[in-house]
Each structure stands twice: as C-alpha cells, then as structure tokens.
Write a protein that binds this ligand. Structure first.
Ligand code: G6P
Length: 630
C-alpha cells in the first residue's frame, strides 16, 4: 500500500447561499489556483445526495470534465485545489474525499500526522479506503462521529467535526458538507489558514483559505483562530466555537482589495500585471504613514516607544523573496538605528537556538501571512519572550494575528506565484519600520528623517519611470532565453537584489542561476565564467563609502574572462559602459533605496525569458505561493 500524506498545501473554498454553488466554488478555485495546481475537485449537496467531480492536473482539466458532465443544481458546496508533496497527483487522490456512507465530503489542507494509526483503526472496523491520502480518514471519522440524536440539530455536524478534530494531530484546515444538512458547510482549522466571508445578500456565507476565494462576492470577513470550528448555515448564519463547543465571537474585518484587483485585467499573465502595479503598491504602503513634519506614523504598531527603546537587537525572519526584503532592510536598520540586526531564514531560525529575550525585536516578513516556517519562527521568538512585529500583505492571516504588532503592506492581492509587487511593498514597509525605530530611539533627527521621507515619496514615480524603460530588458530576455546558466552579482544592498534576480529566474524559467556577492567572485565563483556566460551586475550609486568602484572592477574582471555583462546602473553613471554588453539605466536614488528600482529589470528579465521559453509564468512547476508546511 502506498502511504502518503497528500494535499498538504492547498486552496479551499466552501459556500452556502442562493447562487449556484458550482459557479461560486469554481470561480473561487480559479482565484486560489496559485496555492496549488496538482489537482482540483468539487462536491455539492444536491437533492439526490452528494455530487462530485475531481481531476488531476490544473483546474482547466476539472472544468473540462464539468463541461462534458454538468453536476445537478445545488446551492451548497466545497472545492479544493491541491499542491502535493508526496505521491502521485492522480484522480483518486484528488479532494474532496467521501465517507463510506456517502454522506460526508471533505476537503483538507495540511498534514494529519497520526493518520496511519487512524487508518489502521478504520481498516480494523472494516472501512475500505479508496485513496492514499490522510484526508480520506477524516471523511470516515466524520461519518462515524456523527450522532443523529445530538441537539440542537443545527449543531450536529459541527459537533462531529469538533469530536474528530480532538482526535487529529498535525496541521489542518478542513471544510466539509453532509447530505443531512443541505444548507450547511462546516470548517475547522489548526495551523493552516481559513477565513470566513459574509455575503452581501442574506444567508450567503463563504469559507476560503484566503479572502481571494470569495472576494468577488464580499469584502466582509471573519478571522478564525486556532482550534476553532465554524458552521455556515443558510438559515442561522455563522457560528464559531472552540473544540469544547463554547461559542466564540470572531473579529470581523473589511478587505480593501477589489475583486478586479484579483483579475488579470487584460494582461496575459498576473505577473506582468503585478509588476505594473508596483508604483501603486509602494504609494499605498507609504500613504498616511509619513507626516510632513518628518514623523513616521504607524498606527498599527502596538509597541510603545519605551518598548522600542528597550530593544538591543533585531532579528528578521522570512522565506524566499521575503527573505531578500529582510536582507535589504538589515542595511537600513543598522545604518539608521545603530541596532545590530541579523537576518535569518525562517526555516533555520528556531533550530539553531538563537539568543532571544525581552529586549529582542523579531520582525517576521511574509506576503501571505501563512508561511509555516515563518509562523513557527515567530512562535519560537514569542516563547522566548521576544517582541514580534509582522510585515504582512494579507489581512486576517495567521502571522499578523499572532504578532505583537503589524505593519500591513498594501500591495493588494498577489496571484502570480513568483512575488513582485509584494516584494517592493515589503521594502517600503521595511524602510518605514527602520525609520520608526530610528525616530523612537532618537538615532536620527526629525530633519534627517524628513529628508529620507522625501526620498521615499519619490519612489512611486521612479518605479513608474523604470517600468517605462523595460523594452530594452525584454529584448535582452529574448536574447538570453536559451542560455543554460545566468549569474547575478551585486554588493551591499545590490547583493540581495542579485539573489532575488537569480531566484526569479530559477522559479520562472527553470534556468540554472546563481546570485552572489561580487566580492566573492575571486573566492571561487569566477571559475564558473566561460566565454559568453551572461552575468547580470548591479552597480551601486557613487558616494561616500560606496563600493561603486569596487563593483566596476569586479565587472571588468568577469568581462576579461569572457562574460557577457548585463549591467544595471543609475542614470548618469556611464563609467561602467566600456565593460557592459548591455547597460540598463534606472533613475538615480539613494543607495539604501536603490533595490526598489534595481529589482525591476530582474523581474522583467525572468518573466520575458520564461515567456519566450513557452512556460507558465504565473504557475511555475512544483511551486506554490503559500507554503503552509514546514
Ligand atoms: C513561497 C513563494 C515565494 C515566497 C515565499 C515566502 O516559496 O513561492 O514567492 O517568497 O513562499 O512567502 P511569504 O508569503 O511568507 O512571503
């Protein structure tokens, strides 16, 4: 028997209301497909019991099945789009999974760690399991725990869900339907994301892994916490309890994204649209937070100035692209606040026993607010009594909810798996946090802060201007599309930009790419350079203590060894021209802020190369946008 834990990190939706559940669920899955695209499935409660369709592969495969064999009408349903970590993404393992009595359908995101024991128990009872998944166990357990004498009847299915959750170990979001409760959807969560949406019409409710699942229908949502069970009932509304059945009052919040923001809006790829949205992402993130007096206003930061003055060390934890934002912000925090600052990959942080105490500030950066590695790092920091500040793009997600303070980036929904506008918004937020710390700790005078604020306020226009110059980069992308290896180098804040450029290219174009600090070339990397090897280099601004001339020397060294150099430099900086096969200019901006501009050609380059290679830019193979497993 193949025993796997499938369906670990997925998009989930549940719906009750008056509309066609099939239409609502499919539209929600389309918006959440970035969470996983190994299989998709839907289950509805119809007049004749459950109706189910599921198919391996992208959502389009399921849509084809449904076009050929439409499901009967229904107004209650659940759906799932899956990202698998082990085992084959075949039809039988696609969600939803059904109980042996045919009454319960369940979708799941997470890992049920004790599923082998539960599976053996079910097999001993004679239950025949038809998939390799941990999820199917839950469907059978729900049917077994369901007691038709529980009162009130409206709580019967939720009571079964609570009983089952108490038996489960691991991480899960579960959303389920039952044929005896045609107007209900029941959900539960532990360590995996789930939010509820309150429809505009009476008796219409949603559950989703994130708000994009239901953003087309409502922007009013409820936060659901750890070990909570939620019932959507077309007649009785939403009820939330803990696992003991005690009723809870969840926090209501309003999503300020529009439904259109989660659509492609005429672009061939979400990523292209999101790259173009960067001026607004930065402007929105800065808006209202920079007073003309030079004071930084961060209303959402619930740490007192006294708390901030106590801090003697900063750690920033994050993964992937967010980690590159963290690396840039280290330079700003140390320079502006004189506080020591370390950047850690969230997945490494808690395993090396970092030295943390009440005087440590841990900043967690996450677009989704659900990345499990980052969440676990944050919890570890809190256990050690450190103060935790989240920089996050997703309202109602777990990481900001569990932090002492939060600064939201306002990039709007990011759908393409490779992060672009969220990254630039994170940089803006990091500068704000660094200035805020400098202000609270008195390491910068108000007029100095005002000068930087004025520079920050120019960034949206500078980003727009950079975007207007990208035809040149697209042409370079087409030229490089067949290269087997592309290298990226930079120094100081250009180093994380080089890492981000290499990551984008790996993610999107499946080309071997490495980013490294230009100073390290001579210590080994230079041996990778052959005749014609493309190297993308970021030249820092000239200035006091600048490594400008050092980077130019590095570029000369690699050019002398045959590299094809693609150089990104500030307007007016032509010193490097003799050593550049392609010279890309971006507007001049202070060194620490430059990554906001120098990253853009990297994004466009990766996108163009992937597109030229005929790849799916928005949904690269093997990846998922929100990684809710460790
Ligand atoms: C995944 C995504 C990346 C992202 C990283 C961190 O790996 O593919 O694009 O940077 O997760 O995600 P977060 O939501 O925590 O920023």
């Amino acid at each position: 028997m193949l025993v796997t834990t499938l369906g670990r990190m997925c998009g989930i939706i549940g719906y009750v209301g008056a509309s066609s559940a099939e239409d609502v669920v499919l539209a929600g899955l389309r918006r959440m497909e970035y969470r996983g695209y190994d299989s998709a499935g839907i289950a509805l409660v119809t007049a004749d019991g459950l109706a189910i369709a599921k198919k391996a592969g992208k959502l389009a495969n399921l849509e084809k099945v449904l076009a050929d064999q439409p499901l009967p009408p229904a107004t209650t349903g659940v759906g799932h789009t899956r990202w698998a970590t082990h085992g084959p993404p075949v039809d039988r393992n696609a969600h939803p999974h059904i109980s042996d009595d045919g009454k319960v359908a369940v979708v799941h995101n997470g890992i049920i760690e004790n599923f082998a024991a539960l599976r053996s128990e079910l097999e001993r009872q004679g239950v025949e399991l038809s998939s390799d998944t941990d999820t199917e166990v839950v469907a059978h357990l729900l049917a077994g725990a369901y007691d038709s004498s529980t009162e009130p009847a409206t709580d019967r299915f939720a009571a079964a869900m609570r009983a089952v959750c108490l038996r489960l170990e691991g991480a899960f979001t579960l959303v389920a339907i039952h044929t005896d409760h045609p107007g209900q959807v029941v959900g539960a969560r532990r360590n995996s994301p789930l939010v509820a949406g309150i429809g505009e019409g009476a008796g219409e409710y949603f559950l989703g892994s994130d708000v994009s699942a239901f953003i087309a229908h409502t922007r009013d949502a409820l936060e659901l916490g750890q070990d909570q069970v939620v019932t959507l009932d077309v007649e009785h509304g939403i009820a939330v309890t803990d696992l003991a059945g005690t009723s809870l009052q969840p926090r209501r919040f309003h999503v300020d994204w529009s439904a259109a923001a989660a659509e492609k809006g005429g672009y061939p790829w979400f990523m292209l649209k999101e790259i173009d949205e960067q001026p607004a992402a930065i402007a929105d993130t800065l808006r209202g937070r920079l007073a003309d007096t030079g004071q930084i206003v961060l209303d959402e930061v619930r740490l007192s100035d006294e708390d901030l003055r106590d801090i003697d060390k900063v750690f920033i934890v994050a993964c992937g692209t967010s980690n590159h934002a963290a690396m840039v912000s280290k330079y700003a925090i140390e320079h502006w606040t004189r506080l020591p600052c370390e950047v850690e990959l969230a997945s490494e942080f808690r395993y090396r026993d970092p030295v943390l105490d009440r005087s440590t500030l841990v900043i967690a950066i996450s677009q989704s607010g659900e990345t499990m590695d980052t969440l676990m790092a944050l919890r570890h920091a809190k256990d050690q009594r450190a103060r935790v500040l989240a920089i996050c793009n997703t309202n109602g997600s777990t990481i900001p909810r569990e932090s002492d303070a939060v600064l939201y980036t306002r990039a709007g929904p990011e759908v393409a798996v490779a992060s672009t506008k969220a990254f630039l918004a994170q940089l803006a937020a990091c500068y704000l946090v660094a200035l805020y710390l400098a202000q609270a700790r008195g390491t910068k005078y108000a007029d100095e802060i005002a000068t930087i604020v004025a520079q920050l306020n120019k960034l949206p226009d500078a980003v727009a201007e950079t975007l207007g110059r990208m035809d040149q980069v697209r042409a370079i992308g087409r030229e490089l599309a067949k290269e087997p290896t592309i290298l990226f180098v930079g120094r100081h804040v250009g180093y994380p930009v080089a890492l981000e450029g290499a990551l984008k290219l790996k993610e999107l174009a499946y080309i071997h790419a490495e980013g490294f600090a230009a100073g390290e070339l001579k210590h080994g990397y230079i041996s990778l350079i052959e005749q014609g090897t493309p190297v993308v280099a970021v030249v820092p601004a000239r200035g006091r203590n600048s490594v400008h001339s050092k980077v130019i020397s590095n570029i000369q060294e690699i050019r002398a060894r045959g590299a094809k150099t693609i150089v990104i430099a500030a307007d007016g900086d032509d010193e490097v021209a003799p050593y550049a096969d392609h010279l890309i200019h971006v507007p001049k901006t202070p060194t620490l802020l430059a990554p906001v501009l120098t990253t853009i050609p990297m994004q466009v380059l990766a996108c163009e190369i992937a597109d030229t290679r005929g790849l799916d830019v928005d949904q690269p193979r093997n990846l998922a946008k929100s990684v809710t497993v460790e």
